[in-house]
Write a protein that binds this ligand. Structure first.
Ligand code: F6R
Length: 259
């Protein structure tokens, strides 16, 4: 696990975007795993800027998002499909038919839809780079604490803490779904490379549990300690509970010299 700590969230986003650009330069038809939420928005803005500057193209890319609310359709403003079009897809040259979500409009079909999503990822020979945010409770995707660490795509009931955190995005009168379809932790761990991004003091405990805590389903992101290729990009606030920052800094400096 490579942990890199930056002064602010803009620098985090710039580094995250440059990791995508490096991958797409080497492999223009890469398969990207994408996340929603507030954290990746700045990274997506950086990617749009790089696309506008002609530094990168997404025309041969396939994407798989981590999750989608149960019951929401692509046209619903609160759906993650809508979010991705607004925050990224409408501003780049990705072919919309190459973008995928674990859609589950009718919860009764959930098993079938979940298997279909896994099959689509397998058809593309897996995800090359998976972007992750992290919940206050250590969730990745919508794999809430107590999720099986080897789970595959499936329906999950959201915790009160997640519902509360995400209620900020729902206007009065809008119904907030309480279930989501999410890639499983096993699905995420199959990605060839993983990039976890966290910013803000409110993520400091989850970040500490992820990097320096025991591997446990109580903090689903802690399983990333078992993945061979994980980069964690943090601002100084989200890194503020870490004990070994001096060591991470030294490693990052040495890796920079070697590249
Ligand atoms: C989003 C997702 C979630 C978020 C997490 C953090 O697709 O899977 O795990 O990454 O809830 O959300 P923000 O960035 O809004 O704090």
């Amino acid at each position: 696990m490579e942990v890199i700590i930056f002064e602010n969230e803009s620098l985090v986003a710039k580094r995250a975007a440059s990791m995508f650009v490096d991958l797409l330069t080497a492999k223009p038809s890469a398969v990207l795993g994408l996340a929603t939420g507030s954290t990746p928005i700045k990274t997506y803005q950086e990617l749009i800027a790089k696309f506008n500057d002609g530094e990168v193209s997404f025309k041969d890319v396939s994407t798989f998002n981590l999750d989608e609310y149960v019951g929401l359709k692509s046209k619903d403003k609160q759906s993650y499909q809508y979010f991705m079009r607004e925050q990224l897809f409408d501003s780049i040259d990705v072919q919309i038919e190459n973008t995928h979500f674990p859609v589950c409009v009718d919860a009764k079909n959930n098993q079938e839809m979940a298997e279909d999503y896994e099959a689509k990822i397998a058809e593309k020979k897996g995800i090359d780079l998976q972007l992750l945010g992290i919940g206050h409770n250590g969730h990745i995707g919508f794999n809430e604490p107590s999720s099986s660490l080897s789970s595959r795509t499936r329906l999950k009931t959201l915790t009160h803490s997640t519902l509360k955190a995400n209620s900020r995005l729902f206007k009065e009168g809008e119904v907030q779904p309480t279930m989501a379809m999410t890639m499983g932790i096993g699905t995420i761990m199959d990605a060839k490379e993983i990039l976890l991004v966290a910013t803000g003091k409110d993520k400091a405990q989850a970040v500490r549990d992820t990097i320096e805590g025991a591997v446990s389903a109580s903090c689903p992101a802690s399983i990333l300690q078992m993945h061979p290729s994980v980069t964690v990009l943090l601002d100084k606030h989200s890194a503020s509970n870490l004990e070994n920052t001096e060591y991470y800094q030294r490693v990052a400096d040495q890796v920079k010299q070697l590249r």
